[in-house]
Design a protein around this ligand. Structure first.
Ligand code: PMP
Length: 433
């Protein structure tokens, strides 16, 4: 435990001096890999032929839907869990439980990795998230708590609830298991967390609150860990050390723009900062669904103009059929992105839906809603910059369409929500000057 204490001290020093370089984590190789986490990362870049041919500009998508947990979030979950283990905040097979507030993808990734590492998982999510994400979580043995969508200032908002639940872990004995047979073996220790062991996240470690060398049970106590993807620096690091360098390598440095949406902001911040560090001329553009405040923040420096603030600000959530991107508040990870985002594009539900259908029709690519949003933004960026040849734009294909049957891929749902399903929207966009 002395070495863990030293790690803490070092990490604290590095953060203060801002020279912290995240440690690389082993990602997928083409050798025999070790367990499910060995399947994460090193995803291919796929050329989107229909769009590339129509534009004369290479549009490449990072195929993150190929990760074992089905989304880009596997990288983040792995990094958050490994960093927490490094810092001594989590220890495998101690009956510890990871808590997270998420619209789904991150929860599925955490539950997957937790299963492989001997942790239990509790996911708190809004109750309007697509049903298949809940089913996947339950099948992975996670406990799921669904709550009414609420503002971030509300104690019952899902992220706030996850923090509270984590801090009370050990004091609560009524956690409901979706399937107890799937949960980690519990050692014969009463789950009482001593007050000296602060439940916290790697982003908010209160280094002075406890000294590990004085805590004899430190390594064996079960504890609650709030993963906190929105604020956790490990989220940024996963992309700064993993996704970004992979893109640079795969394109041999021939990349002119990077386009991404932001949910927590980790992807656009980490990849964007890395790519800018190796090519300062690279353009970073945000794809933002209608109703999100980030577009305004990038374009005008404020999240809401007066008119828009009425409906959206009150709810602090984004009213769109696109899941996973768009947000109406600033997070640590979004703050890390803002200095390097050059442009932003607002994408309507109709455009995102049309793009997803267009890609199936022309490319056989069955993608989720945020991927479609990103690709609409790629087209808009290329048109705006007047690029017609010799350029390469890279974006993230976050998850596959099979996470979206009940809403985004459900034409009846879309009809009721008065969102058109009309491929000509994309054909017109591609033809526009
Ligand atoms: N796409 C999907 C499907 C997601 O779940 C998320 C994460 N919320 C994102 C994109 C956005 O990634 P990030 O959190 O890194 O901004």
């Amino acid at each position: 435990s002395t070495s863990i204490a030293l790690y803490y001290q070092q990490r604290k020093r590095e953060r203060i001096s801002k020279k912290f370089t995240p440690r690389p984590i082993e990602l997928r190789s083409d050798e025999v890999v070790s367990g499910v986490t060995g399947l994460i990362g090193n995803t291919p870049l796929v050329r989107i032929s229909s769009l590339s041919n129509a534009l004369g500009v290479e549009i490449l998508g990072k195929a993150e839907f190929l990760n074992p947990g089905g989304s880009v979030k596997d990288r983040v979950a792995l990094r958050m869990i490994e960093d927490a283990e490094q810092m001594g905040l989590l220890r495998p097979n101690t009956g510890s439980r990871i808590f997270e507030g998420t619209v789904g993808s991150t929860g599925i990734s955490i539950a997957t990795i937790a299963r492989a590492r001997g942790y239990d998982t509790t996911i708190i999510m809004p109750d309007d998230v697509a049903e298949e994400k809940v089913k996947a979580l339950l099948a992975l043995g996670a406990s799921v708590e669904r709550v009414r969508p609420a503002s971030i200032v509300d104690k019952k908002q899902y992220v706030n609830l996850a923090r509270q639940r984590a801090s009370k872990f050990g004091k609560l004995d009524n956690i409901e298991e979706s399937d107890p047979s799937l949960n980690a073996e519990r050692p014969n220790i009463l789950p009482s967390v001593s007050s000296s062991v602060v439940v916290t996240t790697t982003s908010h470690v209160n280094f002075d609150a406890f000294d590990l060398r004085d805590d004899e049970d430190f390594l064996t106590k079960p504890r609650g860990y709030f993963a906190d993807q929105f604020e956790n620096r490990s989220n940024f690091d996963a992309h700064f050390v993993g996704t970004g360098p992979e893109i640079w390598r795969q394109t041999s440095g021939q990349v002119d723009a990077f386009v991404s949406g932001a949910g927590t902001g980790g992807t656009i911040a980490g990849v964007g900062q890395y790519l800018k560090s190796v090519n300062e001329d690279l353009v970073v553009a945000l794809s933002d669904p209608d109703g999100s405040g980030l577009y305004n923040k990038v374009k005008h420096g404020v999240m809401f103009d007066r008119k828009e603030s009425e409906g959206t600000k009150r709810r602090h959530q984004v009213d769109t059929v696109v899941e996973g991107i768009g947000i109406n508040r600033l997070t640590n990870n979004i703050e890390l992105a803002l200095p390097i985002v050059d442009d932003a594009f607002r994408i309507s539900d109709a455009e995102a839906v049309a793009m997803s259908r267009y890609l199936v029709k022309h490319d056989g690519l069955f993608l989720g809603s945020s991927s479609a949003c990103n690709l609409v933004a790629c087209v808009k960026l290329v048109k705006k910059l007047g690029w017609t040849e010799n350029k390469t734009v890279v974006t993230i294909l976050c998850d596959s369409g099979n996470r979206h049957y009940s809403k985004y891929r459900n034409n009846e749902y879309l009809r009721n929500a008065q969102i058109p399903v009309d491929i000509s929207i994309i054909e017109d966009l591609l033809r526009s000057p």
